[in-house]
Design a protein around this ligand. Structure first.
Ligand SMILES: [Mg+2]
Length: 254
């Protein structure tokens, strides 16, 4: 058990980022793996919290579901542009009114000069991964800032894997606020865990509601009061809280 994280209380609502928090960071999003034991730990914790455990990701909810299959959990996708209150509920799409089409030609042109760049067109958001083309990062950031400056209602965020672009009207913070207005999350203490700049909005929302913010990895500035070094430590905390054996590293995935 991590020495720095408290015991999970029955009146918490858990909000968990996926990549870099629950799962080890992969070079490409389709390389992420759910380690053995994690689904079971999340299932047990979700039951113990009466369903108040949500995954809050930059991925689409469809992509989160594919990763954790057959487990379905409440989820926010695309940085809060997609919301699902429970496993049984329909996915709601927040009206964002953004158009990423003008980004397409310039980005594809840029990517053709930089092998390793991966563009994810997700509908209401966009991710540009450049971990495999690290030399492109500076120029790519300038291009995206320029394109976003000409577009309406789009924010560019630096991320560990490159850049995330989301509608201004949503964020991981707006997702937390939405969940907290809905059962079974309403009235609980929000606890948000994340690993990246894109999670700071979630941290801020948890803290506004007198909750807890946990940063996984990194030593940069963060609103989070609590830190653990690696996803493997964070998973061990979840598993031990759930009373299950420790999960193993992603390399041992089923
Ligand atoms: Mg993350």
């Amino acid at each position: 058990m991590s020495a720095t994280l408290p015991r999970i209380a029955e009146n918490w609502a858990l909000f968990l980022d996926v990549d870099g928090t629950l799962l080890d960071i992969a070079a490409r999003p389709d390389g992420a793996r759910v380690p053995a034991g994690l689904r079971e730990a999340l299932t047990t914790l979700s039951q113990r919290l009466d369903g108040a455990l949500a995954l809050v990701s930059g991925r689409t909810i469809a992509s989160v579901d594919r990763l954790f299959k057959p487990l379905l959990l409440p989820a926010a996708g695309q940085h809060g542009a997609e919301l699902r209150r429970s496993a049984q509920a329909q996915v709601q799409r927040v009206a964002c009114n953004v158009d990423f089409e003008p980004f397409r030609a310039p980005l594809e042109h840029f990517a053709s000069a930089w092998p390793g760049i991966l563009i994810e067109w997700k509908g209401q958001s966009l991710a540009v991964h450049c971990r495999e083309a690290p030399g492109s990062r500076g120029e790519l950031g300038v291009l995206l800032a320029d394109l976003a400056g000409k577009a309406d209602g789009i924010v560019v965020m630096d991320s560990r894997s490159g850049f995330d672009l989301r509608p201004t009207v949503v964020s991981k913070g707006s997702a937390v606020e939405w969940f907290l207005g809905e059962p079974p999350f309403r009235g609980r203490i929000p606890v948000f865990a994340g690993d990246d700049i894109t999670d700071e909005g979630g941290f801020a929302a948890a803290l506004r509601h007198h909750g807890i913010a946990i940063r996984v990895g990194g030593d940069g500035k963060s609103l989070a009061q609590l830190r653990v070094a690696q996803p493997v430590e964070f998973r061990a905390w979840l598993s031990q809280s759930a009373g299950a054996p420790e999960t193993r590293a992603s390399g041992d995935a089923r």
